[in-house]
Design a protein around this ligand. Structure first.
Ligand code: ATP
Length: 466
């Protein structure tokens, strides 16, 4: 069972070093979060797994790491300067500002609200008698749009000429490098480019922990295809992504696919689906898959004045602008989902055990080495094992001597370590009752079973589980 309340998870994340409130020392900065020592391990593993699955592990994919700051014209061409905006309403009574569409969504549903025009939002709020979440009065201003891009200035002069935006998505970095990639890598269609990186949106209503923040990380792919072939690739990507999420341990019972209604589609898309997860507050978007057609390459060709046509290597007369399927993953939302899925409370002998049941491939720590007590020769033997394993394997290993063995097991359960090994007097060859010389006790996080085995067998078990 996953965490049923977000508070349970937020508290564990803080307590165990996964995620801390941002700038906490100075009283915080609203809706910013810092990944702690275990959070960064978890996130890195997810990114590594993604890169291996979708970039390095596929012949038709290459990677990219583009700049966060880009020429302003990129965002004019992409449509973000003109239309990347949310409808805002102010409460006339308490002057607080909210997203009008989000206020209506609870009552009318996402689909119904997505088709509303800007001018319809305030009349609908009044007709539905939707009160201000802050002061409970029902008195709204007309909705106005607000651009979500963060602005800054490049260089020392702060005027219109030096204005730059922090990218609101990583996708455009791929489109503007399309020609460079085709020319240098001799790519043939269909092929894709994957990228992981930060994106920034001045969201009006961030919240729900790391679900919606103003600075977040995306894992995006632009998959270039011949015009007229989108259908099959769209379905393949949908299936591959679904399988990836399920393979990381998400129970499909809490996943669903939501097809966007025609009126709900973004300006660039002819078909979009979301994969949604059932978060403690209800279903929310985890991943989006869009058929962008040739919108982006056409726009960049027009705005840059550069020829972005692709030439068929087998038939130089065949020149065209490729179409694009875009699988777009939220990295932080994936981390959040996997944290929620892993969170488990179990009754063990009249006691409640909290355990993070991460899939072994993403657990921040693979193995904990625990000397049974603080006896010097036990610590020395355990350390010898630790150093050997660090040197000879790529396992992420925790060495812990602090507290009773029971408390140390508890801690490892809460950080989701799949296996713990305990070094005792048997290991040293000083107590046959505990076990044969050079054997250790290995404890399984989920079954709580303890077995005696040699270090060689321990390594084989770990390999088999990963
Ligand atoms: P939403 O409808 O939730 O605002 P979106 O449709 O605007 O999301 P996309 O532009 O499709 O999102 O971005 C791709 C992915 O990036 C989303 O599926 C989501 O996982 C992630 N994402 C988008 N906005 C945020 C945010 N503010 N905080 C964290 N992740 C985000």
């Amino acid at each position: 069972m996953p965490a049923t309340s977000l508070d349970q998870l937020v508290s564990l994340c803080k307590r165990r070093g996964f995620i801390f409130p941002g700038s906490e020392l100075y009283g915080g900065l609203a809706n910013t979060w810092d990944y702690g020592p275990l959070g960064v391990e978890l996130k890195n593993r997810i990114k590594k797994n993604w890169w291996k699955t979708f970039v390095r592990g596929r012949e038709d994919m290459v990677g990219l790491d583009a700049s966060i700051l880009m020429n302003r014209k990129v965002w004019e061409a992409s449509g973000h300067v003109g239309s990347f905006a949310d409808p805002l309403v102010d409460c006339k009574k308490c002057k607080q500002r909210f997203r009008g569409d989000k206020l209506l969504e609870e009552k009318l549903g996402v689909e119904a609200v997505a088709v509303l025009k800007l001018a319809q939002i305030q009349p609908m709020l009044m007709a539905e008698k939707i009160p201000c979440p802050a002061c409970k009065k029902i008195d709204w201003t007309e909705a106005k749009t607000f651009n979500l891009m963060f602005k800054t200035h490049q260089g020392v002069v702060e005027d219109e000429g030096t204005l730059v935006y922090l990218r609101p998505e990583t996708a455009q970095g791929i489109f503007v490098n399309f020609k460079n990639i085709v020319d240098t890598m001799r790519m043939r269609l269909p092929f894709g480019v994957g990228q992981i990186g930060k994106a920034f949106r001045n969201e009006i209503t961030p919240g729900n922990f790391t679900f919606r923040t103003r600075e977040f990380e995306q894992m995006e792919i632009e998959y270039f295809i011949e015009p007229g072939t989108a259908g099959q690739y769209f379905d393949h990507w949908k299936q591959d992504v679904w399988n990836w999420y399920v393979g990381l341990g998400i129970d499909p019972i809490r996943l669903r696919v939501r097809e966007h209604e025609k009126d709900e589609l973004s300006h660039y898309s002819s078909r979009t689906i979301d994969i949604e997860y059932n978060f403690p507050w209800g279903f929310g978007e985890l991943f989006g898959l869009a058929n962008r057609g040739d919108f982006d390459l056409t726009q960049h060709q027009t705005f840059s004045g550069q020829d972005l046509h692709y030439t068929d290597p087998d038939d130089p007369k065949k020149k065209f602008l490729p179409h694009v399927i875009e699988p777009s993953f939220g990295c932080d939302r994936t981390v959040l989902t996997l944290l929620l899925e892993a969170y488990t409370e179990e009754q063990v002998n009249d006691d409640t055990r909290i355990v993070m049941k991460f899939h072994p491939s993403i657990a921040p720590i693979d193995l904990a080495i625990l000397p049974l007590s603080k006896k010097e020769n036990l610590i020395a033997k355990a350390q010898e094992l630790y150093k050997k394993l660090i040197h000879e394997t790529d396992l992420s290993i925790d060495f812990d001597v602090t507290g009773s063995i029971g408390k140390r097991y508890r801690r490892q359960d809460e950080i989701g370590t799949p296996k713990c090994i305990t070094v005792d007097f048997g290991t040293l060859g000083e107590d046959e009752k505990q076990g044969e010389k050079d054997t250790v006790t290995i404890r399984d996080r989920d079954t709580l079973k303890q077995n005696r085995m040699s270090m060689k067998e321990v390594l084989e078990t770990l390999k088999a589980n990963r």
